[in-house]
Design a protein around this ligand. Sequence first.
Ligand SMILES: NC(=O)C1=CN([C@@H]2O[C@H](COP(=O)(O)OP(=O)(O)OC[C@H]3O[C@@H](n4cnc5c(N)ncnc54)[C@H](O)[C@@H]3O)[C@@H](O)[C@H]2O)C=CC1
Ligand SMILES: CC(=O)N[C@@H]1[C@@H](OP(=O)(O)OP(=O)(O)OC[C@H]2O[C@@H](n3ccc(=O)[nH]c3=O)[C@H](O)[C@@H]2O)O[C@H](C(=O)O)[C@@H](O)[C@@H]1O
Length: 488
Amino acid sequence: MVDGDGLYGSSRSDEQQRALLTSGRVPVAVYGLGKMGLPLAGVYAETTGNVTGVDIDPSVVGTVTNGESHVVGEPGLEALIADQVAAGRLEATTDGTAAAERARIHVVIVPTLLDDRQKPDLSTVDSVADDIAAGLSPGDLVIAESTLPPGTCRDVLRPHLAGKSGLESDAFGLAFCPERTSSGTALRDVRGQYPKVVGGVDAESGRAAAIVYDELSSNDVHLVSDATTAEAVKVFEGIYRDVNIALANELGRLADELEISVREAIETANDLPMCQIHDPGPGVGGHCIPYYPHFLLSRMTEPMELTRTARTVNDGMPTVTADRLEEELSSVGTSIAEASVVVLGLTYRAGVEETRASPAIDLVETLEDRGAAVAGIDPLVDPASCGARPVEIDRLEEEHFDAAVIVTPHEEFDRIPWTALESMIVVDTRDAMDLSGTDHRVYTLAGSADGRRPRAGASGDAVDRPDGEPGSEHGTASVRRTDGGNDV
Ligand SMILES: NC(=O)C1=CN([C@@H]2O[C@H](COP(=O)(O)OP(=O)(O)OC[C@H]3O[C@@H](n4cnc5c(N)ncnc54)[C@H](O)[C@@H]3O)[C@@H](O)[C@H]2O)C=CC1
Ligand SMILES: CC(=O)N[C@@H]1[C@@H](OP(=O)(O)OP(=O)(O)OC[C@H]2O[C@@H](n3ccc(=O)[nH]c3=O)[C@H](O)[C@@H]2O)O[C@H](C(=O)O)[C@@H](O)[C@@H]1O
């Protein structure tokens, strides 16, 4: 048994441990104050009242120290951070070692990416583990929330922490407790939208972490057999999504040959609860879904052909998009090599400031390789960082483009004055806009949910649709944000 205020191996009753935790007697350090780390730190602060957030980026630490949020698009986050910092319940630092020396619970929520050979790159997690090890005490509990390749806590982190701290590996706790959160609903999700999965490297780690999340989350804690199982749960959720989207993309590509709207067919098939096909699109981006399959692909001896193929299908979608654009251009006598194209939306998802693995980057590169002059518009990031010439929405009327490609339907695109723009080809990869009241020649990848075939005008539609998509009376069109089949 361990004395003091640590939860791992505590001789106190569960009730006493909960009281310690919620009265601020168990200092918490949260490493990584990014899109998910900052909301998590905020919720830890409102639950425990004693949190130090750690980030290597001084500008992030400066913002949080001022009681502000650098993460955009998360309802309630600005107010939560302001309140928690003002109340002295949350502070921030770049000094991970100092934070670790103070803390008894260490929460890791830094990115886990891939190296050039598509193998998991754990260098950021390792560097946080170094910080934690420098301040690790008996009875401390380390919680990994960063998505990890299954086996990482057991085989990598536990020996790493023990080796660097000089402690026996059963002197401190270690649990994997995945983030089941999504940009735009992060606070809601952290506070308990879904059951919280908890898995410890040993039974005592699982028990201690379950207490923490029972206090933090309003939902159930789902304690699984071990940390590796919990790691697998998270990676499986991501692979399911990637494979499902690949299926949607494969089916979506059939729309031209079948002369139907595949989106209409998918939506209708999804009437059945046992059929939940996701949405076709320009590819799968972000620093999560395209990465997680590789957490297993790179390490398992089983072939995992389905998972691998899904990656290939989704990675191929920017090229498919470029091919469709090239065909549309050539049908009006314009060569792609002489075309000027504007890409709308460069982030991987509407409203989220993130371009890692965004399909827009591959699309820009492919179009440029084929000789097109490519411009870009994005309200959240500089298009130049993705290789496109930046254009402002308000200056679009002054420009001439042969084509526009809608990749990521940001809300701000509602302002585009389509009728005032010179007639052009519009490739809509998301079924995001209804431009039927304009002169633009529209190609909707996989067709529209309300039954229009990919090429505008080729409706093939024998059914009257009184309640069609939002109209374009004033030359603007409402944007549908369709980045998730069956999302909540
Ligand atoms: N963004 C999402 O939708 C979700 C993300 N996740 C997982 O959560 C983890 C974190 O993701 P995000 O918060 O989205 O990442 P992010 O990229 O938005 O933020 C990461 C933060 O960590 C900081 N950082 C980097 N190295 C550090 C170090 N050595 N010490 C301290 N801070 C450091 C960065 O400066 C940055 O502020 C990843 O493993 C991701 O896969 C899980 C579910 C959802
Ligand atoms: C529905 C949802 O929000 N899933 C999560 C996902 O978050 P992420 O921000 O990566 O978004 P996503 O909606 O899965 O989209 C990933 C990519 O896939 C594309 N996408 C998504 C759904 C779909 O039907 N079709 C499609 O083409 C999106 O456009 C995007 O480029 O990954 C997170 C993660 O696991 O890290 C996970 O926690 C979230 O639950």
